[in-house]
Design a protein around this ligand. Structure first.
Ligand SMILES: [Zn+2]
Ligand SMILES: [Zn+2]
Length: 106
């Protein structure tokens, strides 16, 4: 295989790989978008009910930041002192972790 053929063949091969993988990425991004929109819906609502004990957890209340230990009234998902953003909260009723926003792949 000549140098010119390699320069053409390799990018074409990678383009083919991405083309065949694109439906998989489309499905993953759609699922992620759905979970993200569900998270924004919970934030807009202001409460999340625990699926285990049924306690209605308010997202805005007095909370202690896990990173800088600042105590403030406000969102459980954001600390205005150290700008820590959380994707999940702990249920006030039973202590289980409730995921609000998805991680990068889950
Ligand atoms: Zn903090
Ligand atoms: Zn609970």
């Amino acid at each position: 295989m000549s140098e010119l053929e390699k320069r053409i063949f390799r990018p074409a091969l990678w383009a083919g790989v991405y083309l065949f993988a694109s439906p998989v990425y489309l499905v993953l991004w759609t699922l992620r978008l759905r979970r993200l929109l569900r998270g924004y819906g919970i934030v807009r609502q202001g409460t999340i009910s625990c699926p285990h004990c049924g306690f209605a957890n308010a997202l805005n209340r007095l909370a202690t930041c896990n990173r800088c230990h600042a105590i403030e009234y406000g969102s459980l998902l954001f600390c205005s002192f150290c700008r820590q953003v959380s994707r999940s909260i702990q249920c006030h009723g039973c202590g289980v972790t409730l995921r609000i926003f998805p991680g990068l792949w889950r």
